[in-house]
Design a protein around this ligand. Structure first.
Ligand SMILES: NC(=O)c1ccc[n+]([C@@H]2O[C@H](COP(=O)([O-])OP(=O)(O)OC[C@H]3O[C@@H](n4cnc5c(N)ncnc54)[C@H](O)[C@@H]3O)[C@@H](O)[C@H]2O)c1
Ligand SMILES: [Zn+2]
Length: 380
């Protein structure tokens, strides 16, 4: 695949996303092309570094890593402090660059460290999960969790560049990959019918991580996110479209104490909730006249309420080819659901206040069939 370049033009900084299979092998050159300061520090996790560090270090001519743990439970100020400690010890100064090399947790934490160390040093994201490549590395949101809520501490800090090498996704567990793909489904549902169709039509090749199928999907996702954050850098309005599925999704994550689901899985449920609401709203406003006309079996199965699905209590399975494991209220209690609505994404209540797409790819007001959504959410 030829390299793809996507420009992000936010008011605070313009930068490019470079998407190139095997970018990692010439990472030093790509960083030079970004004209970021030559004293470079890379923050990664022990796992990511074990898998891809040797390749990175070869490409970046011996850059030394700062390794910190990357589970969601480590996404906290104490871990950011460890990054500060390493930077201070190495006498990193204003003319230093911090490169993040990991999933969304590393990108958010190390990005926050870059935004605050010496009041801000150069930052480049090199995301290594599908979720980070299509979502978290683009847009400038960085930060950490607080014991009382997710992403409550953070800032908007645009990077100097984002370098995406889809080949690193080869080592990503299928479940992580699928969780990231749900965010792509979100872009399709809110903004791009063609992206939505592309996922449905190429599901196997995408899951097999074939560059010809995967790279255009990542590129289109980045384009959509770049467009939204360019129009609304600080989430004053239009950027809320990116929260589609997230209000209920975050509540599901909170009620299960962030342990049971990957973020994307919870968002997948959140999108189903929003779809239910959408259909219900159409029914109530039009007395059923504009109800989606076909109800295939898979769609009917998904139409069961979330609580019915919960009752089954399917455990999450690493290699499951079904939709995300069911959410069980027994995993938490109602107070956690409400707490889950309070987060750093501006979701304080209600369900997907940003709107409900009623036709695939259009965040507007027409009814849509959920058949396609259900097919994508149930890869067979
Ligand atoms: N800043 C934003 O705009 C934004 C947007 C969406 C999500 N987020 C944040 O992103 C985080 C989730 O990110 P995530 O899903 O990438 O999770 P993650 O960073 O925890 O990564 C998931 C797991 O995959 C491993 N991993 C990473 N790259 C790998 C690779 N190439 N091969 C094998 N394993 C690999 C990690 O070590 C980790 O165990 C959440 O904290 C969420 O709040 C931020
Ligand atoms: Zn998300």
């Amino acid at each position: 695949m030829p390299p793809v370049r996507i420009d992000v033009a936010t008011p605070s900084r313009g930068y490019a996303i470079s998407l190139d299979d095997n970018a990692l092998d010439r990472i030093g050159q790509l960083l030079d092309e970004l004209k970021v300061p030559a004293r470079r520090f890379v923050v990664s996790s022990p796992l990511v570094w074990r898998l891809h560090g040797a390749r990175f270090a070869r490409g970046a001519r011996g850059i030394e890593p700062i390794l910190v743990p990357d589970g969601e439970r480590f996404k906290q100020l104490a871990t950011v402090s460890r990054i500060y400690d390493a930077l201070v010890k190495a006498t990193a100064d204003r003319s230093s660059t911090l490169v993040t090399f990991g999933g969304g947790v590393i990108g958010d934490m190390a990005g926050f460290a870059a935004s605050t160390y010496l009041r801000g040093i150069a930052l480049v994201h090199i995301p290594t999960t599908l979720l980070a490549q299509v979502d978290s590395a683009v847009g400038g949101k960085v930060g950490v969790n607080h014991p009382l809520g997710k992403n409550l501490i953070g800032s908007f800090y645009q990077p100097n560049g984002v370098i995406i090498d889809p080949s690193v996704l080869a080592s990503l567990p299928r479940r992580e990959f699928r969780a990231g793909l749900y965010e792509v489904v979100k872009y399709g549902m809110t903004s791009s019918p063609s992206l939505f169709d592309r996922i449905g039509q190429n599901l196997k090749a995408i899951f097999d991580r074939e560059p010809a199928a995967l790279t255009p999907v990542i590129a289109e996702s980045c384009r959509i996110k770049a467009e939204v954050v360019t129009a609304d850098e600080k989430e004053a309005g239009p950027r809320r479209i990116l929260n589609f599925g997230h209000t209920a999704g975050h509540a599901i994550e909170a009620v299960t104490k962030y342990r049971r689901f990957r973020h994307g899985e919870a968002v997948a449920y959140g999108m189903l909730v929003a779809a239910e609401l959408s259909v219900a709203r159409v029914r109530s406003t039009s007395k059923g006249a504009r109800r989606p006309h076909r109800q295939p079996r898979a769609a009917a199965a998904n139409q069961r309420s979330l609580s019915e699905a919960n009752a089954r209590g399917d455990p999450p399975r690493q290699e499951s080819r079904r939709r995300p494991a069911a959410f069980r209220p027994a995993d938490g209690d109602r107070r956690d659901v409400n707490r889950g609505r309070r987060d750093g994404e501006g979701n304080e209540g209600g369900v997907d206040e940003g709107g409900i797409p009623e036709v695939i790819g259009d965040y507007a007001s027409r009814p849509y069939s959920r058949t396609l959504a259900v097919n994508v959410l149930n890869p067979t």
